[in-house]
Design a protein around this ligand. Structure first.
Ligand code: 5GP
Length: 206
């Protein structure tokens, strides 16, 4: 009983927020402190200016994506705003098994698919968080300010936002989006608490 050895498997942080809720900025701020791995998704969406293949997304054609989906390479995948998005399974599971926490930035359909995963290892790893924007007007304002989508895409994203926002109760945590600093602090709070969960820990006294 002299020395305590602490071990745990990784936590699968699942973060969802409607487009324009400030999620991308939140995630890049969180990534400044690399105490988790960000899961880079595959997508058929064309890259935005400045996006780097393999860093922001793995950009695939529809055929490449469908082939990987048919191989069972995705932990989940969904069509969002007209494009396909998917989470590479083996990378995520590999990190979790080594005790590394992983952050997924996925939509509400993808999150539901992860929650429905029958594997008890995945079930035990999930900590899902919804970022609720302060309102649809504010969301539209943020999307226009970002300037990466045309009016048609903005309209699609706002329509989808309302549907996504109705799903908040499916998540273990809900953060009402405020300032970027507040959102970071709240998300960090969730990360800290999840890391102290007794059920995640293996304690060995040597
Ligand atoms: P964007 O095109 O703005 O980068 O992302 C659009 C939406 O796709 C966001 O809500 C984002 O969370 C979601 N998304 C990104 N990667 C994935 C993924 O691997 N799976 C699913 N289901 N959604 C994703």
């Amino acid at each position: 009983m002299n020395r305590l050895k602490i071990q745990r498997t990784g936590i699968l942080f699942v973060l969802s927020a409607p487009s324009g809720a400030g999620k991308t900025t939140l995630i890049s701020s969180l990534r400044q402190k690399p105490d988790f791995v960000y899961s880079v998704s595959c997508t058929t969406r064309p890259p935005r200016r400045g996006e780097v293949d393999g860093e922001d997304y793995f950009f695939l054609t529809e055929e490449q994506f469908e082939e990987r989906a048919a191989h069972g390479d995705f932990l989940e995948h969904a069509r969002v705003h007209g494009h396909l998005y998917g989470t590479p399974k083996s990378t995520v599971v590999g990190h979790l098994k080594r005790g590394v926490d992983v952050l997924l930035d996925i939509d509400t359909l993808g999150a539901a698919e992860v929650r429905a995963n029958p594997d008890p290892f995945i079930q035990g790893a999930i900590a899902d968080v919804f970022i609720m924007p302060p309102g649809l007007d504010e969301l539209g304002r943020r999307l226009r300010k970002r300037g990466t989508e045309g009016e048609e895409q903005i309209a699609t994203r706002l329509r989808n936002a309302a549907a996504e926002m109705s799903k908040w109760r499916e998540y273990r945590y809900t953060i009402i989006s405020g300032s970027m600093e507040e959102d970071i602090e709240k998300f960090r709070g969730v990360m800290r608490a999840e890391r102290y969960l007794s059920r995640r820990l293996e304690l060995d006294f040597e």
